[in-house]
Design a protein around this ligand. Structure first.
Ligand code: FES
Length: 386
């Protein structure tokens, strides 16, 4: 007896039937084996509600693909079991039925059976892919023909109330639209003129992500500029002009030496004890304040200039030797200013000194008194303490 191959739909239907019997749900109706009338896909007036498959009874969940395939494998052996009886009765060794083992096997068998018995409700179109086969299996599980799905899918826009697309034959041609525009109308008024699309806004590059301009240092740029002879010549000419301008400005300013005033106060007479030489104003004013009684036995305070009468050097006061000593040529002067050694030809000179109204001794360097000229007798050349 020739072995009859089962299609996938038959395997799945048989699996569901067996599952329904095994589960004991006697009240649940078996899926209808009768195929509903195939719905024409091009019928736009049919709504989704009309084309939708009947909902399964309550309590029965649509099985998943894994469940369906597992049941199909389990039923593969069961469907072939009756066939094993015939060879056994004929005394032949029972041949093990060739049950599909895997999903690929089941699908291959289903494809191979595509030309044989077709499941109820399946259209003449042969399932091509795994998705189609599984979709057909699910649709059969729900009792609806696969052909009902496209019809329902096509009926959805009508159920949602969307405007049906105009048939291609209703669209005005280009010539008609141009004619409508020439007449003063718009292509939109002529019918289904496409809405012009606005050009897309160009995208600006993100900040900091564009091509960065390389920055050169100031010195590198200046060096490049100096390498050009024309620029170098202009630079040198500008520098020479600036120097001449500065020289002219300096020429317009007079040479002026800022000198201290010739009259200044040195303090009260009590600050200069008898027999002392004060060098407080030697560096700043160039004078010594001397209080001595070694000139003609008179107790006098006077101011001696710190200028050697030889060649103008500045002598030093030697306290231990009680004399002024010139470091240049060795001239020596007593405490009263009389020269006694060295090349100095004459005594040191005195400057004017008076007692101011405020009780301070005031020195006047603008007036000089020379001993060899008898000027030391002038009362303006000394102060005699009381
Ligand atoms: Fe003072 Fe010559 S300058 S000794």
């Amino acid at each position: 007896m020739e072995k009859k191959k089962l299609t996938t739909a038959e395997i799945l239907a048989l699996a569901r039937k067996e599952g329904a019997l095994g589960s004991g749900s006697a009240g649940s109706p078996a899926p209808s084996e009768e195929a509903p009338e195939p719905v024409q896909p091009d019928a736009p007036q049919e709504t989704a509600a009309d084309a939708a498959p009947p909902s399964p009874p309550a309590g029965e969940k649509p099985k998943s693909t894994a469940d369906i395939l597992a049941a199909a494998r389990a039923q593969g052996g069961g469907a072939a079991a009756p066939k094993e009886d015939a060879p056994a009765a004929a005394g032949k060794p029972a041949a093990k039925p060739a049950a599909p083992k895997s999903t690929a096997d089941i699908l291959a068998a289903a494809r191979a059976q595509g030309g044989g018995a077709k499941p109820a409700g399946e259209t003449s179109a042969k399932p091509k892919s795994t998705a189609d086969i599984l979709a057909a299996a699910r649709a059969q599980g729900k009792g609806a023909a696969p052909a009902a799905k496209p019809a329902a899918a096509k009926a959805k826009p009508a159920a949602k109330g969307a405007a049906p697309a105009a048939p291609a034959g209703d669209r005005p041609s280009v010539q008609e639209m141009l004619a409508a525009v020439r007449k003063g109308g718009t292509p939109a008024a002529a019918g289904t003129a496409p809405k012009p699309k606005l050009p897309a806004k160009p995208k600006l590059p993100a900040k900091g992500k564009g091509k960065e301009i390389p920055r050169r240092s100031f010195f590198a740029a200046a060096g490049d500029l100096l390498l050009i002879p024309f620029n170098l010549a202009w630079l040198l000419m500008g520098a020479i002009g600036a120097i001449w301008s500065l020289a002219a400005a300096r020429f317009m300013m007079p040479n002026m030496v800022v000198e201290l005033p010739s009259r200044f106060k040195v303090g009260p007479p009590s600050d200069f004890p008898l027999g002392t030489v004060s060098e407080k104003y030697k560096a700043a004013r160039g004078v010594w304040i001397v209080h001595t009684d070694q000139y003609n036995g008179e107790n006098l305070i006077y101011a001696l200039t710190a200028v050697c009468t030889h060649l103008g050097c500045t002598p030093n006061w030697l306290q231990a030797e009680q004399k002024f000593k010139c470091p240049c040529h060795g001239s020596g002067f007593y405490i009263n200013g009389i020269n006694f050694e060295g090349p100095a030809p004459r005594p040191l000179e005195r400057v004017g000194i008076t007692l101011a109204a405020d009780g301070m001794l005031e020195v006047d360097k603008s007036v000089k008194f020379q001993e060899e000229l008898g000027q030391w007798a002038d009362p303006a050349s000394f102060y005699e303490p009381v």
